[in-house]
Unconditional design. Structure first.
Length: 289
């Protein structure tokens, strides 16, 4: 919603201000200038990035439009899942716990937390490190270093689309100049025409410069920045899991380990300790079915 509001304000102020000072909006409608700039930008984006990043960029833009960040419910589900798994690890035989880890989609524990189960990458992350805990001979500091390395790799992959769009934004002003130069070349071919015709051709050429700069700083760069923010917030889920599991490996009780994970959540999104006790640990009223 924020992106749409921002776009409306940007377009309204730029084009509204232009029309208010006497400009004619039809002068800005130069479809072939748009084809040159937009087509070249998309082509360069495809050249500069692997196809997996190109495909992921479409997904990332939809996430940005929907503001798809972890909700309070998602954080509570993650903490609840971790609490149940840690209790199982502490009190149940190894084979019983392994049945949940090895087949998370069929696990009665994971099925209680559909938001986390739907996040396949996060579910696999949790299951992989629970297996290391079950093995029992992994040192906490070694597992923590491995987790940090894996999270860094995940962040690198998740932010490729943001970096790719930022690169497109950097190139758009130059592509606008390219379109403007081509327009000027066309205008020079009509140098013998009347001033009215020649002025119209030069004005059309300058639209390319305007469009390239406007698209770069008015849309593509803010969108790339928004994608980066959204993806960083989603990566925070991995840090919650990491801190909780490492605290448990260092000897903390499950409910204490959960507090280590809760503290890694941003102040704006962090559920209260009472919320975690009531909903994630199930010490309050039972959840509605």
């Amino acid at each position: 919603m924020g992106i749409i509001i921002g776009m409306v304000i940007t377009l309204g102020c730029v084009f509204g201000g232009y029309m208010a000072m006497g400009g004619h909006i039809d002068v800005l409608i130069q479809p072939f200038e748009f084809v040159i700039i937009g087509g070249a930008a998309i082509g360069i984006f495809i050249i500069a990035n692997p196809m997996s990043t190109v495909k992921d960029s479409g997904k990332a833009m939809m996430e940005a439009l929907k503001n798809k960040v972890p909700s309070r419910e998602e954080y509570l589900e993650l903490l609840g899942l971790l609490h149940q798994l840690l209790r199982e690890l502490k009190t149940k035989p190894r084979n019983e716990v392994e049945s949940h880890i090895d087949n998370s989609e069929e696990s009665s524990i994971f099925q209680e937390y559909p938001l986390i189960l739907a996040n396949k990458d996060l579910t696999n992350f949790i299951c992989d490190y629970c297996r290391l805990i079950i093995v029992g001979n992994a040192r906490p500091h070694e597992v923590e270093a491995l987790m940090e390395e894996e999270i860094a790799t995940i962040r690198h992959d998740k932010l490729k689309s943001s970096h790719g769009l930022q690169g497109m934004s950097d190139g758009l002003p130059a592509l606008g100049i390219v379109a403007a130069v081509l327009g000027v070349i066309k205008a020079m071919g009509a140098i013998d025409q009347s001033p009215e015709v020649l002025g119209g051709l030069i004005g059309a050429a300058l639209v390319g410069t305007f469009f390239g700069i406007f698209m770069a700083y008015g849309f593509v760069q803010p969108l790339a920045n928004k994608i980066g923010i959204i993806r960083e917030k989603n990566i925070r889920l991995y840090f919650v899991a990491k801190q909780t599991l490492i605290a448990y490996m260092n000897g903390s009780l499950p409910q204490v380990a959960l507090e280590f994970g809760r503290k890694t959540i941003s102040n704006y999104d962090r559920p209260s300790l009472d919320d975690v006790e009531n909903e994630a640990m199930g010490t309050g009223e039972p959840k509605a079915a």
